[in-house]
Design a protein around this ligand. Sequence first.
Ligand SMILES: [Zn+2]
Length: 83
Amino acid sequence: MAKCVYCKGDVSDERTMQICDRCGSSVWGHKMFQTILQGTNSEKEKGNMELGKVGENTDAGDIQNLHKRIKDASCTSRMQKAA
Ligand SMILES: [Zn+2]
């Protein structure tokens, strides 16, 4: 089982992004988060997330943007409690 990068909660190994439903929904909203998950997971299924490719493209920037966004999210206080 993978861990959420924010709250260290459990995340399915099948998920490309290591972000749990709670944190993801706090940042993007539940519906948008599900759409993002579907997009990233289908990329993985297509084989675009091969070893070596991960991190070369948009991943690093996306994660940095994510950190910025999650700081503003209501999820922050809950994450601090969990940490
Ligand atoms: Zn989380």
